[in-house]
Every structure is written in C-alpha cells, then in structure tokens.
Ligand binder design. Structure first.
Ligand code: AGP
Length: 364
C-alpha cells in the first residue's frame, strides 16, 4: 500500500509526527469516568473470568515484544497479576506448560507475523485463551484470537514501528486499568492513570517540538561505532526498543542492558568511543540511576540522558514531560525515535526500508 507522505520526507517522520493523534484514537470512546475504568468492546472476557486469571503471558516479536514487556509491567503493577513477555518464537519451541488460568496475549502490528500466529495457533490447539493486541483490523492474528484490543495507530508504512509501538503500550495501559479495576486497582488510582493517559497527546506534542535539539544531538553521536542503552525496570524495555531502532535504521551497533547489570559485565565496554543513552525518570529509582551515570562517567563514557530534569553527570540531557510513573516509559521512548531517525539521516541511510528487513515477517 502507498499512502501520502503529507509533506514529510519519509514515512518514519510522518508516523513519528502522527503520534499525538494516534494516541488520541486509541483512547477514544474507551474511558468510563463514572467508574474510573476502561471499556474494551472486543475483549470477550467477563469480570468473573478476569478475576480468575492467575498469570499473564505476552508474546510478540521485535518491537512488539518490547511493547509487550512494558505491557507486562503495566498489568502486573495495576492488576497485580504476575505478568511477563517472551519472544513468540522462543515460546513456541521450548514446549511451554500451557495453563488454563493463564491469559495469553499476542502482540502484533501487522497481525501477520508468522512466529506470533503459530504461537497463537499452538496455544489455541491446547485450549488456552488468547487475546490479541493488534493494529491491522481483520488480520490473521486478530481473527485467530478469542478477543482483544485494537491499537488504532492507523496504517504504518515505514519498516520500523514508531506510532504503533506507542499506541500498543497505551492499549496495554488501557487493558491494565480495565483488569485492575475488576480486581484491586482503587478508584483513585484508576482515575490517576486515566488522567495521565489523557495528558499524553499534548505531552508528545511538546516532545516533538524539541526535534531540532535532538537533531543537533544526533549529529554529535552519529560517529559512534557502538552505543550502550541503559534503563531500569520500566526504563529497560525503553532502552531495548531505542537500541533496536538505532540498529535497524542507522546500522550502528547498540547494546541494551538493565542499568543494574552494568557492573556485572558491560561496564568493561565503557570508554569515550562508546556513548551511553540512559533512561533516567524521576521516580523511586532516580538515585540508583544516578549512581549508574557516575560509574559510566568515572570510565570517561559520554552520556546522553533522557530524563525529567537536567542530569549533571550526563553530557547532554533530553528533558521530557513527567507523567504518572507507570506511563513515563511511553514518553521517554519518543525522543529516542527522533534520535535514531536523525542519526540514520545524518548517515544517509534508507530510513523507510532498512537493508535486510521486511515490514512483516510472514515466514518462519
Ligand atoms: C521492524 O523490523 C520491527 N522493528 C520488527 O521488529 C517488528 O516489530 C516485528 O517483526 C514484529 O512485527 P509485528 O508487530 O507486525 O508482528
């Protein structure tokens, strides 16, 4: 399919810019202020069934897997159901125990990724309940699932996913509030998250206004042969996704680690030629994250922080607006989409069609 680029030079740039509207769309018609909850029409899960879930397992590939990791922490945090994410292909081949009290969730932009579809089919064959968090309406995974949440990001043409990643995480936040409010999430917390979700489009708009500054930073880091991305807990999937995006479109080698793991090995890589991008939200882990910055600085590593306020240990800080702690990962990923974009642009890469990659991988 080909869609109008709407004055942008690439689909990726267009799709990054569309995020405020895209987030607006995924929220639309789903929030119930009277009960501080969220209604999801296609979920196909009644409250009694929702209360019986003992575990949530999220399956996806690539960027969708990273969105699923954030989704798992949102569900575990708000609904207090143990939740984790796993690459769909790994799951399929390790002969997993399929448990009737586990809710399985397949995540896919295209809804056609073979590894995810095959995992869904294997699960269904074993009698499991599988929901889809999918962008393309009527796609194979959406049809195969017992129910689910459409992500409503609109058509995404660039091979690397930006707006769909963001919308998928927002869709998971909606699902987490929905499940949470059936279980133990209080009215107050439900309301707090809903209000946070409503602030997202304007906050994304604000981040996008900083594009020129991010472009200038990209010019400074584009000479790196390799980059380190670090984050902690909620920030770790943000680091993983930002490093994947950089690899995919700029071809710069990048590693992502939990900040807490640095001293268990990757710290050996730190030197001036290996810059670090650090996710440093203003939350209960701020001091821990600052300590990691100090460790890097002590090894003369260059640091670019994404934070809610200036970080003295960092050489540069990209400041993003603060939301509720749970929703911060959504906003912290956005400047890093622009960083990857402008790095790739500075290096003259074919941004919408990176080498060796396809938009949807429908073969094994
Ligand atoms: C493009 O290469 C993406 N970054 C890729 O990782 C993608 O997320 C993955 O192939 C899964 O695609 P899906 O979301 O359409 O299932």
């Amino acid at each position: 399919a080909s869609y109008d680029m709407g004055g942008h030079d690439t689909y990726m740039h267009k799709e990054i810019s569309e995020q405020p509207d895209a987030v607006d769309r995924v929220l639309r018609g789903r929030i119930d202020d009277r009960f501080s909850t969220v209604h999801l029409g296609g979920l196909n899960l009644d409250p009694r069934e929702a209360r019986g879930i003992r575990r949530v397992k999220i399956l996806g590939c690539g960027t969708s897997y990273h969105a699923g990791m954030i989704g798992a922490s949102l569900i575990e945090g708000m609904a207090r159901i143990p939740a984790d994410a796993e690459p769909a292909s790994e799951f399929r081949y390790r002969n997993p125990v399929v448990d009737p009290d586990t809710l399985y969730i397949a995540v896919s932009q295209s809804g056609e990724t073979y590894d995810v579809l095959a995992a869904v089919q294997e699960l269904k064959r074993k009698g499991a309940r599988v929901l889809g968090v999918v962008n393309v309406v009527g796609s194979a995974i959406a049809r195969e699932a017992d129910g689910g949440v459409y992500v409503h990001a609109g058509p995404e043409v660039c091979v690397v996913s930006t707006k769909c990643f963001t919308n998928t995480v927002v869709a998971f936040a909606l699902l987490a509030v929905h499940l949470g409010r059936i279980r133990d999430l209080s009215v107050t917390d439900g309301k707090r998250i809903i209000e946070g979700l409503r602030r997202l489009p304007a906050q994304i708009e604000e981040i996008l206004k900083g594009e020129e500054d991010i472009k200038a930073l990209a010019a400074q880091y584009a000479d790196a042969k390799s980059m380190m991305f670090i984050g902690r807990v909620r920030g770790y999937p943000v680091a993983l996704e930002a490093s994947l995006k950089l690899k995919e479109i700029s071809y710069i080698h990048a590693e992502a680690y939990p900040a807490s793991e640095l001293k268990h090995g990757p710290l050996a890589l730190i030197e001036p030629a290996m810059p670090t991008v650090a996710i440093v939200p203003d939350d209960d882990l701020l001091e821990k994250n600052r300590a990691a910055l100090e460790e890097i600085k002590a090894r003369s590593g260059r640091i670019l922080a994404v934070a809610h306020r200036e970080q003295e240990k960092a050489d540069h800080t990209i400041i993003v607006p603060k939301n509720e702690d749970e929703l911060d990962p959504i906003l912290m990923g956005i400047p890093l989409q622009l960083l990857a974009y402008h790095t790739a642009l500075a290096l003259g890469r074919d941004i919408d069609k990176p080498r060796n990659l396809a938009k949807s991988v429908t073969v094994e």
